[in-house]
Design a binder for this molecule. Structure first.
Ligand code: NAP
Length: 527
């Protein structure tokens, strides 16, 4: 498939007329062909109007057709083969193994949502039959199911060019829910976005769906994204990126005549607590695993452990020495783009200049190119950490901060001081149970996923995964952006009172033509 540098608006390919954008290879600094034409507010309007026109027809197609559509997208991505892998590598600097792994995750995710769409449990079909003879007042016939919200805007993430971009988790869950999608390319992977966008566009045509089910827009600066979120047809937004970008979109969405939800996944420092007995037993092993996790993918994961909290003493000293040595042994590797590299260097330099923070060690400089991120390890005291709000901010890249507490009381105070997080981790042994019991209620209130004796990078896409958490890790702690439950973001319940069978949605008819598991008179049953 040859790239053209066009947007995809419904069934058409449209060359934007507002400036020229190019992706860049962060490993070499070289611009990549082709040049992309930047879109305008009129292009956004055209895409959103098509999405609105297509919405009722798309949500009415059978669950089986929706599932086949998602499977067609998955197969189309596989069929792109090397062309896609090479373009992702060129645009992101990510190594082949990571890109192939991410492609597998993306395809698996689409297939998971296909099976979810087919099975229909997310409709939450619920039936309370009429009780005309109930005293003192009769009960009406009440039936409820979930329906899709409407057209959804999806912002591709820089750090997951496939799994959280044009056909990533947000798009897959929105399409499975019955929403139409207008995606915005991340400026770093314009070519990857076009390749994947064309696969979706073809799947729409092959599955004989209305053309407005999917569009892909792009443009210079923030104006395209702003126009998208402001557009009256858009009913929800999926976003992964910076805290500043996410908060800007939340503010725009809240200021609309009809405000809409923005599901923004933004920033997290993913605290790791080292409890005393665990540290005594395996300080060096934990240090090894931790630094692998901090530096994995050049630290460009939202679940990268950014702060590590332990209690001062000989075991913490052993841990620190091992972590320091592990960082020194790590190479610097290419970051995703020049902006992320610049932000990382700035964040690390701010830490280095903080008089309460000690720079412990730095990884090797590589000859990979100008945008290589050097692994770094810093240390501070619990007291300084709690006095400096800047240290609560994410440094996106391969840096970690060790926080030394003088006792367990201070360790608990640090836990209380933390902001909302995607993850929190405890390293513990049996003798640490009491301290763990004290920490867990605090950490439940702060984070979306709690791990014991593991590392938070590597987010499984399954039924029980929660990739979310209180602000600022996301803009809405009630939902997850990864896994089967993420479909809930794009649904809302509707109750149908005293409907004749012929007007009821199939999911709520007495004969249960979809063979769904339904809540009937408060009991889950398949009848
Ligand atoms: P970003 O700057 O927030 O951009 C993400 C997407 O949102 C892009 O498509 C961007 O497009 C759009 N956007 C940003 N601000 C906007 C605004 N005010 N109005 C409308 N659209 C807006 O994120 P990024 O480029 O991926 O990375 C920048 C920084 O974000 C990183 O250095 C890192 O600190 C953080 N980040 C965090 C995570 C995480 O998971 N925690 C992941 C990725 C990045 P335009 O620029 O074209 O408008």
């Amino acid at each position: 498939m040859k790239l053209t540098g066009e947007m995809l608006i419904g069934a058409r390919a449209v060359r934007g007329s507002q400036g020229v954008l190019r992706a860049m290879n962060p490993a070499t600094g070289a611009d990549l062909e082709p040049a992309f034409g930047g879109g305008s507010a009129a292009d956004v309007d055209a895409a959103c109007l098509l999405a609105e026109v297509a919405f009722d027809a798309y949500r009415a197609v059978s669950l089986e057709s929706r599932a086949r559509f998602l499977e067609a997208i998955a197969q189309g991505i596989v069929d792109l083969g090397e062309v896609l892998v090479e373009r992702v590598m060129a645009e992101s600097g990510l190594p082949r193994g990571r890109v192939e792994g991410e492609r597998g995750r993306t395809v698996g995710q689409l297939r998971l949502f296909a099976s979810l769409a087919r099975e229909g449990r997310w409709l939450s079909a619920t039936v309370d039959r009429a009780q005309p003879d109930r005293k003192p007042a009769p009960r009406a016939d009440l039936r409820a199911q979930k329906i899709p919200l409407g057209p959804v805007a999806v912002f591709g993430a820089s750090n997951f060019p496939l799994a959280f971009s044009v056909a990533g988790g947000d798009t897959a869950s929105a399409l499975a829910a019955g929403c139409t999608v207008v995606a915005k390319s991340h400026p770093s992977h314009l070519g990857t976005s076009e390749l994947v966008g064309r696969v979706i566009q073809k799947a729409v045509a092959d599955c004989r769906l209305p053309e407005g089910v999917f569009s892909l827009v792009l443009g210079e600066g923030n104006s395209i994204g702003e126009a998208l979120v402001r557009h009256p047809a858009i009913q929800a937004v999926g976003f992964t990126g910076s805290r500043r970008g996410g908060n800007a979109l939340v503010a725009i969405a809240a200021s609309r005549d009809v405000p809409i939800p923005v599901y923004a996944e933004m920033s997290s420092i993913n605290p790791v607590f080292l409890l005393p007995a665990a540290l005594a037993q395996r300080a060096e092993t934990i240090a090894h695993g931790l630094i692998d996790s901090v530096t994995l993918g050049t630290g460009q994961f939202c679940t990268k452990p950014g702060v590590v909290i332990g209690i001062a003493g000989a075991d913490f000293d052993r841990f620190r020495a091992a972590a320091k040595a592990n960082v020194e042994a790590k190479a610097a590797t290419t970051m995703l783009n020049s902006g992320i590299h610049r932000a990382y260097c700035q964040g690390a330099s701010d830490l280095g200049r903080d008089s309460g923070v000690e720079a412990l060690s730095t990884g090797g400089v590589s000859a990979e190119g100008s945008y290589a991120g050097q692994p770094m390890l810093f240390a501070t005291t619990a007291r300084h950490f709690m006095e400096s709000s800047k240290l609560l901010e994410e440094v996106f890249g391969p840096a970690g901060l060790l926080i030394e507490c003088s006792n367990t009381k201070e360790l608990i105070a640090v836990a209380k001081h933390l902001n909302g997080q995607l993850t929190a981790t405890l390293h513990m042994a049996n003798q640490d149970i009491e301290l763990a019991q004290e920490l867990l209620p605090l950490l439940e209130r702060k984070s979306g996923r709690i791990l014991i004796n593991g590392f938070p990078t590597g987010v499984e896409v399954g039924y029980a995964m929660v990739h979310g958490g209180p602000s600022p890790s996301t803009s809405d702690s009630r939902v997850t952006s990864v896994g089967a439950m993420s479909i809930e973001r794009f649904l809302r319940p509707v109750c149908y009172q005293d409907f004749p069978t012929e007007l009821l949605p199939e999911a709520l008819q007495d004969s249960n033509p979809l063979h769904l598991w339904r809540l009937i008179e408060g009991k889950l049953q398949q009848q």
